[in-house]
Design a protein around this ligand. Structure first.
Ligand SMILES: [Fe+2]
Ligand SMILES: [Fe+2]
Length: 398
């Protein structure tokens, strides 16, 4: 079995990438052509678009090149480091020891021996190096001799020079260079502001695309409803509605994630109480905050806390957290007795609404025989104290 592996950040994928892949695909009679966006790029720091967006753009750019093309999410979804030697090991095992041809650019060839476990990389694949005619004569030839001494199998494929790179695009050459991107990729970038220079514009657009890509239809509509109510409440209370939109769009982004990823992200999100104390259904908020910080590079504490505390609440919640918590509970499609009453209060007094909403939720959780989270009890105590109430928290203890 012959596999062609083409990895890259694809941030964004451009026509140069497409022509390289087309050319590489002709090198042999490949059974599979695997395009693999890098998870967290270890060689190239500073990706802008999150992995899931780059995966989507790779699908748009390369998906229709040939019938046997597969866009792999392996490097973004496995919990190991995404080193090439590990990826090759994975492919060797998955496809029962195939012959792997790895397509790389000439710049990658020059530093191939500095890759992690480079020896293992070179032993496990044939390297298809793309180079310009002139390069092959000079540096590349030297490098080839050097690497082949240590057992590497290197073949050169000569390409026309490509005077364009993804990083140039991101640095703002985008508008003038639209013809360098496949049209479908350009369309999604334009529609969702994937590379907008302004943080909040980029976060909002990217978060909306992610919600669309990662959530099922019902959850996506719920997310849009939360966004709508969050903006309404945020306007009443004079809050930053754009930040609220970002938090709303991301609050459930991990809802459909596999449990091991959920747990991994939640553990790393710096939660208040021990992870072992958290009921399973509350983990997705913590995991989503980690996703927002790591994948979208959002370091804004207002947004991160609003995402993080939307499942449990917490002692000392800030206004944006209250709004997302309430918008999540009281948005358009939710139907339960007392909803309209709570919504009315939410439009008049955020703290009072939180107090009553928490009471309502905890009673409901208890009635279902489920575990009440300790952060929720702390939150109830916090709001109860504000209104001079006695929080009979024993009622909710597990
Ligand atoms: Fe949620
Ligand atoms: Fe939600």
């Amino acid at each position: 079995m012959k596999i062609l592996l083409f990895g890259g950040a694809f941030d964004p994928p451009h026509k140069g990438h497409v022509s390289i892949l087309r050319k590489a695909a002709q090198f042999a009679d490949f059974d599979r052509i695997i395009v693999m966006p890098t998870g967290t790029p270890t060689h190239k720091k500073g990706c802008v678009a999150p992995f899931d967006v780059r995966l989507h753009m790779a699908q748009l750019a390369f998906g229709s090149i040939a019938e046997n093309v597969e866009i792999s999410d392996y490097e973004g979804t496995n919990l190991k480091d995404d080193y090439t030697y590990l990826t090759l090991e994975y492919l060797k095992e998955k496809y029962d020891n195939p012959h792997i041809y790895m397509a790389i650019g000439s710049d990658s060839l020059l530093n191939l021996d500095s890759w992690k476990n480079a020896q293992q990389v070179m032993q496990n694949c044939t390297v298809l190096a793309f180079a310009r005619e002139d390069d092959v004569q000079d540096d590349m030839a030297q490098k080839e001799i050097q690497l082949e001494k240590s057992g590497a199998d290197i073949r050169f494929i000569k390409v026309e020079p490509i005077e364009f790179s993804s990083s140039q695009y991101r640095r703002g050459f985008g508008d003038e260079n639209t013809e360098f991107l496949p049209q479908s990729v350009q369309n999604v970038i334009d529609e969702y502001d994937i590379y907008a220079q302004d943080d909040i514009t980029r976060w909002k657009g990217t978060a909306k695309l992610l919600a669309k890509l990662l959530l099922d239809e019902k959850r996506y509509l719920h997310t849009l409803n939360v966004e709508k109510l969050a903006v309404e409440l945020g306007t009443i209370y004079g809050l930053d509605t754009e930040k609220l939109q970002v938090a709303a769009l991301l609050h459930d982004i991990m809802k459909n994630a596999p449990y091991d990823i959920l747990l991994h992200r939640a553990k790393q999100s710096g939660i208040i109480n021990r992870i072992e104390d958290k009921p399973k259904q509350t983990l997705h908020g913590f995991a989503a905050a980690h996703y927002a910080a790591k994948e979208l590079d959002i370091q804004d504490e207002d947004i991160l806390w609003a995402v993080k505390s939307h499942t449990c609440g917490r002692y000392g919640m800030q206004d944006m957290e209250k709004v997302i918590y309430l918008a999540d509970m009281l948005c358009e499609e939710r139907k339960f007795e007392g909803k309209d009453y709570l919504l009315g209060i939410a439009r008049e007094n955020l703290d009072r609404a939180m107090y009553e909403a928490l009471e309502h939720s905890l009673k409901w959780i208890k009635s279902k025989g489920n575990t009440v989270d300790t952060d929720s009890l702390d939150a109830l105590r916090y709001f109860s104290q504000m209104f001079g109430g006695t929080c009979e928290e024993e009622r909710y203890e597990r």
